[in-house]
Design a protein around this ligand. Structure first.
Ligand SMILES: *[C@@H]1O[C@H](CO)[C@@H](O)[C@H](O)[C@H]1NC(C)=O
Ligand SMILES: *[C@@H]1O[C@H](CO)[C@@H](O)[C@H](O)[C@H]1NC(C)=O
Ligand SMILES: *[C@@H]1O[C@H](CO)[C@@H](O)[C@H](O)[C@H]1NC(C)=O
Ligand SMILES: *[C@@H]1O[C@H](CO)[C@@H](O)[C@H](O)[C@H]1NC(C)=O
Length: 438
């Protein structure tokens, strides 16, 4: 019942496939989104940041990637065509008993152009990990696009301590190796969920400069955060194979003055260039900071904002917004979202929201009203060519064709609010002198 166009076309048909693609593209394009394009084009001019060309995904299935072989020779020569959609690398992390949530999340954010890496920590049993890997293997489109991977050997992860940062960097470095073509890195936890389809998100991102990093940040280090940063902890995951308690030293330390500390949220949308800078770069700050934070309980919320804002190369690319909706209580902890929050989620214009309880009814509402899919099927996008409701995504078309919906409108509105008013510039890596309490 799956994949009617499964047969590999001979290489000679590739150019004709490309022509149909262009036609399809202009058709998709003459829909109500012309307005969006013009507004976003002007936005692009306002920002006037550099563009880097995308290369197509490395693992082509001819139905999903008909342009793969000849795409380097076909840069956008017709200006009426939309830019090539970008691609996102997702790192999805979870722990024991999270695999059904992770699968649900995976289907809700699946798109053949993206890369997905799933990491379950060491608390997860081997059999749960194997079952998850087998389930992923059994989904035909995951196999054909070869873009879903599960890390076989788990890293330790504690709620505090630096091992979760190490796991994140490890995941990001695997993603760099897995594919040369993704543009943005997003890490999600099993408690996160999208509010827009991937077609919506990729469509909007294709009109943004590819060097923008979205991360909440502030140089204001309040007493709570400052207390945490001065603590010295030793994360046993760094040197013990067995799980044991995080160890607190009795001594405190001062805050660093060789660089300015920024704190933010642990979630972010980061560019490939920035991830490469952190992992492969020749400058020392990413490593120095990693060593400083290896003894700190709040490494995740500090690492990325601090590097971004202390680097001349990246400080102007940083947008003080992470596109993730969270509702913080008075102790600045995110509370669980439920059906009562649905309208706020919708109005927020965010791309993701967090945290949700396992199988909370609001997730069904999001699936039904915003993503239009069943929890165990991918969200239909431009690549789904099936003509009935039930087999939509079992017939594959070109993954470059996006079919954005109302979610793209919400994102567009949100981005326009963010950029039209140049106040975003005054929010960029601002250093508040008064905050440097040591
Ligand atoms: C970025 O760094 C440069 C050089 O250090 C500095 O002049 C500039 O003000 C910084 N910009 C922001 C937004 O922090
Ligand atoms: C991130 O920043 C945006 C806007 O500045 C804010 O609305 C949002 O609540 C922040 N999110 C978190 C998790 O701090
Ligand atoms: C959602 O959570 C809020 C606060 O935690 C609570 O007041 C409200 O009753 C909950 N709504 C539903 C539908 O469970
Ligand atoms: C820009 O944003 C600031 C703060 O968000 C607001 O006070 C101001 O009125 C806005 N200006 C315009 C022109 O929208």
């Amino acid at each position: 019942m799956h994949n009617h166009n499964h047969l590999q076309p001979p290489p000679t048909t590739i150019s004709s496939a490309a022509t149909t693609t262009s036609i399809c593209r202009s058709i998709t394009f003459s829909t109500p989104f012309i307005l969006l394009i013009t507004t976003l084009f002007s936005l692009l001019l306002i920002l006037s940041l550099s563009f880097s060309p995308t290369t197509p995904p490395p693992h082509p299935h001819p139905s999903l990637f008909p342009n793969y072989l000849n795409s380097p020779s076909t840069p956008n020569d017709q200006t009426t065509l939309p830019p090539t959609p970008p691609s996102i690398a997702y790192l999805i992390s979870g722990s024991t008993k999270d695999s059904s949530r992770i699968l649900r999340l995976l289907f809700s954010i699946y798109h053949p152009r993206n890369q997905y890496l799933i990491h379950l920590d060491k608390k997860t049993s081997k059999s749960e990990l194997n079952n998850l890997a087998l389930t992923v293997q059994s989904v035909p489109v995951f196999k054909a696009a070869q873009n879903v991977n599960v890390i076989g050997k788990a890293d330790f992860r504690y709620k505090i301590g630096s091992c979760s940062l190490a796991a994140k960097l490890h995941g990001a470095s695997i993603l760099l190796k897995l594919s040369k073509s993704w543009d943005w890195f997003i890490n999600l936890s099993a408690a996160d969920y999208p509010l827009v389809t991937q077609d919506d998100l990729l469509h909007i991102l294709s009109y943004l400069p590819k060097d923008l990093n979205f991360v909440n940040h502030s140089s204001y280090i309040g007493w709570r955060e400052s207390k945490k940063l001065k603590l010295i902890v030793v994360d046993p995951g760094l040197y013990l194979a067995e799980e044991s308690e995080v160890y607190y030293a009795t001594q405190k330390r001062v805050l660093p003055d060789a660089y300015r500390l920024f704190t933010g949220s642990s979630s972010a949308i980061l560019t490939r260039k920035f991830i490469e800078y952190c992992i492969l770069g020749s400058e020392n700050l990413p490593r120095t900071l990693l060593m400083y934070l290896s003894n700190s309980p709040s490494s995740e919320s500090v690492y990325f904002p601090t590097i971004l804002c202390n680097s001349q190369k990246f400080n102007r690319t940083t947008i003080n917004h992470n596109m993730l909706y969270a509702s913080l209580n008075s102790r600045s902890q995110a509370r669980r979202l439920n059906s009562s929050d649905f309208n706020d989620l919708l109005m927020s214009g965010a791309a993701f929201a967090s945290p949700f309880k396992v199988d909370d009814p609001v997730l069904d509402q999001i699936d039904h009203e915003l993503l239009h899919h069943n929890r165990d099927e991918p969200v239909p996008g431009g690549w789904c060519l099936g003509d009935t409701e039930t087999n939509k995504c079992s017939v594959w078309g070109d993954a470059e064709i996006l079919r954005p919906g109302p979610g793209a409108k919400r994102l567009e509105k949100h981005f326009l609010e963010l950029f039209s008013n140049e106040s975003y510039l005054s929010d960029q890596c601002q250093y508040e002198k008064s905050s440097s309490s040591r």
